[in-house]
Design a protein. Structure first.
Length: 190
């Protein structure tokens, strides 16, 4: 089985920065990327609601369809009664189900570096997977074994896109055409 990269996040909405990081990770690590939209996470406030879950999944399905290196796993959303979810437990469960290969990378955005030590069993996660950091310009030291992804930082965030939409400003070039069309058709974030 080809190595896998687990890329979790709210993806609310998925944007070109997510896709750029995922593609660069896939190329640099020679692995397929499994996108895992999160349900309830212990360290993040403002988690999407169940009604938003269906929209996030639909946008991911449409946006990822053209990319053979990308796939979607809805494990957390499909099992919300088990929330909150912890990365170490999800990785072990997805490996047991054959979704992730024994050789799995865990892709972390630079925004998670500060709180990684607060995660459940961070040492075990760093042994169960190979941690890969996608940086945004942070300079926070990360004291776990890891590889730094040579990624391009586009400076795009989902929260900024939601704010642009809410304020009636242009955002179409920050998301794929599929996501833009979906957002407009469903009147999301207005």
């Amino acid at each position: 089985m080809k190595p896998t990269i687990l890329f979790g996040g709210t993806f609310n909405p998925l944007h070109i920065g997510h896709l750029m990081i995922a593609e660069q990770a896939s190329i640099q690590l020679g692995a397929r990327v499994v996108f895992l939209p999160s349900a309830k996470t212990p360290l993040k406030e403002g988690v999407p609601t169940e009604s938003e879950d269906k929209h996030r999944v639909a946008m991911l399905e449409q946006a990822l369809a053209p990319y053979p290196w990308a796939e979607l796993c809805t494990y957390e959303i499909d099992n919300t009664t088990q929330a909150p979810f912890y990365a170490i437990d999800v990785v072990q469960e997805l490996k047991a189900r054959g979704v992730l290969s024994p050789d799995t990378f865990y892709l972390l955005g630079g925004d998670w570096v500060v709180d990684f030590h607060k995660w459940k069993e961070p040492e075990a996660l760093s042994q169960e997977t190979r941690l890969v950091l996608a940086t945004r310009n942070e300079t926070t030291p990360f004291n776990f074994p890891h590889t730094e992804l040579g990624n391009t930082n586009l400076g795009v965030s989902s929260s900024a896109i939601r704010s642009l939409i809410k304020n009636g400003q242009s955002y179409q070039f920050l998301v794929t055409k599929e996501v833009s069309d979906y957002l407009q058709a469903n009147g999301l974030y207005v």
